[in-house]
Design a binder for this molecule. Sequence first.
Ligand code: AMP
Length: 194
Amino acid sequence: MRLVIFGRQGAGKGTQSKLLAEHFGVPHISTGDIFRAAISAGTEIGLAAKAIMDRGDLVPDDVLRGIVAERLAQSDAADGWLLDGFPRTPTQADDLDQIADPPLDLAINLEVPEDVVVERISSRRVCKAEGHIYTANDPSARSGICEVDGSAVVQRDDDTESAARHRLEVYAEQAAALLDRDGEANGVVTGDGV
Ligand code: AMP
């Protein structure tokens, strides 16, 4: 199974992706997670991406193309994958058409109203090791220690209200272009993410 999940920040892509990837037995590949790991590891790509991500802007398409092509070529992705957060622009969608062989089976668009996602984003906390997701009131978020892997639970640098609002604006612009290109007529399924 080769799947893509998209939706605005806070739509629940990370949570749904983990469940779907487990269900289909395919790797969950989140480009945001790849960048956060690169930032933690202090790699060249991580250093370049950090300032862009903190502002809530998008990393350039050519960087994404290289990262995704390399990741999909790894052996655990030979029989399928679930891409979370990629493609986000029409150029990235064209790139995926070229990279994905065999091609994509399904693209899922998770729809959640903006006021719901702003609330979710500002209360989101994540663990540093494996990205387990909590809300500010969960015991792991309150103690600051992930109940699954024992790592620190923090707020993402780009989950501040101003960065989050900017990310939503960027998303609205890019998603409209992407859905114009890959709309429901072309096999995108819309799901209710509330
Ligand atoms: P996410 O975890 O999917 O919300 O991504 C966090 C940030 O990583 C985004 O705000 C972008 O700065 C960057 N990023 C992740 N995926 C992409 C992508 N497909 N294209 C451009 N930037 C991305």
